[in-house]
Design a protein around this ligand. Structure first.
Ligand code: ADE
Ligand code: ZN
Length: 319
């Protein structure tokens, strides 16, 4: 039987597969700099987070209409069902769209249209997290959060993503305070490329409930003690870590060390259209690489359920 999987670290824009990208370009009359799929695929070699982000943001140009965001999200949910995903907490980057003239309602509304059909059409419950781009001004995030809170956008949480080094969590303290005061869940990318100090800040200044990535926490024993003691989840993304050269090869991935240290780590796909696979592919590759076996695979699946923002009864129904 398939493990009931929960996906907690998934950028919906990072599920834009090359084929859909070409279809949307044709539908919207967008001229691409690549003549063919192989030409586009040849761009999927990254040196670091920034080199990936350059292509990720560039490719968003094909997302123009509300239905485009709906189609993108539906395509992900269809693939997620195949993987055995039963619950998905999805990130969306609205500033990556409003900054190029796409209205907030077009982006968030289109994603929401698909999520509203998700339980009925794919048997997947969902939550939606707005991730603010940390390499843009905190004042812009604040203004957007105000707009979201004033509207009827039905988001469940906020997060922090994009280029990490040089953009510490402390810059966003007020944004997270406002979100907390309004009952939203709080997460942040930290310790992906940035130092353990950014993970401490995310915990102590932003008050996040989960750390996205957090792989560099392994450099700080006191931080590990804190993460273990407070059962702070880390949403780990192995294919992403390899493709963005956080580690050299999958064989170097510290997932086993993380589990042995008692961390509440779970496996996620981050930007699967760019990094070579979805959550099931990540788990299968780790199993092959490290011989995880059924017990540790089940532990990773259980960790995902525990780390989710589902209510206790919903967790019990999954586990
Ligand atoms: N946006 C999309 N994917 C990301 C990642 N892995 N890190 C930071 N920002 C991102
Ligand atoms: Zn991410």
């Amino acid at each position: 039987m398939k493990l009931p999987l929960v996906e907690l670290h998934l950028h919906i824009e990072g599920t834009l597969e090359p084929e859909l990208l070409f279809d949307l370009a044709a539908r919207n009359g967008v001229t691409l700099p690549w003549a063919s799929l192989p030409e586009l695929r040849a761009q999927y070699e990254f040196d670091d987070l920034q080199s990936f982000l350059n292509l990720y943001y560039r490719n968003l140009d094909v997302l123009r209409e509300r239905v485009d965001f709906d189609d993108l999200t539906r395509a992900y949910l269809e693939r997620a069902r195949t993987a055995g995903v039963r619950h998905a907490e999805i990130f969306v980057d609205p500033q990556a769209h409003t900054s190029r003239g796409i209205p907030l309602l077009t982006a968030l509304g289109g994603v929401r249209d698909a999520l509203d059909a998700s339980e009925a059409d794919w048997g997947i419950s969902t939550k939606l997290t707005v991730t603010f781009l940390r390499d843009r001004p905190a004042a812009e995030a604040m203004a957007m959060l105000g707009e979201i809170l004033a509207g009827d956008f039905r988001i469940d949480g906020i997060g922090l993503d994009s280029a990490e080094v040089g953009y510490p969590p402390e810059l966003f303290t007020e944004v997270f305070e406002l979100a907390r005061a309004n009952g939203l869940h709080l997460v942040a990318h930290a310790g992906e490329e940035g130092p353990p100090a950014y993970v401490w800040q995310a915990l102590d200044l932003l008050g996040v409930e989960r750390i996205d990535h957090g792989i560099r926490s392994l450099e700080d024993e006191l931080l590990l003690d804190r993460l273990v003691r407070d059962r702070i989840p880390l949403t780990v993304c192995p294919f992403s870590n390899v493709r963005l050269r956080v580690i050299d090869t999958l064989a170097d991935h510290p997932i086993v060390r993380m589990l042995d240290r008692g961390l509440l780590a779970c496996i996620n796909s981050d930007d699967p259209a760019y990094f070579g696979g979805y959550i099931d592919d990540n788990l299968a590759a780790l199993d092959r690489e490290f011989g995880l076996g059924p017990d540790r695979l089940a532990l990773l699946a259980r960790n995902g359920i525990e780390a989710s923002f589902l209510a206790a009864a919903e967790k019990a129904a999954l586990g």
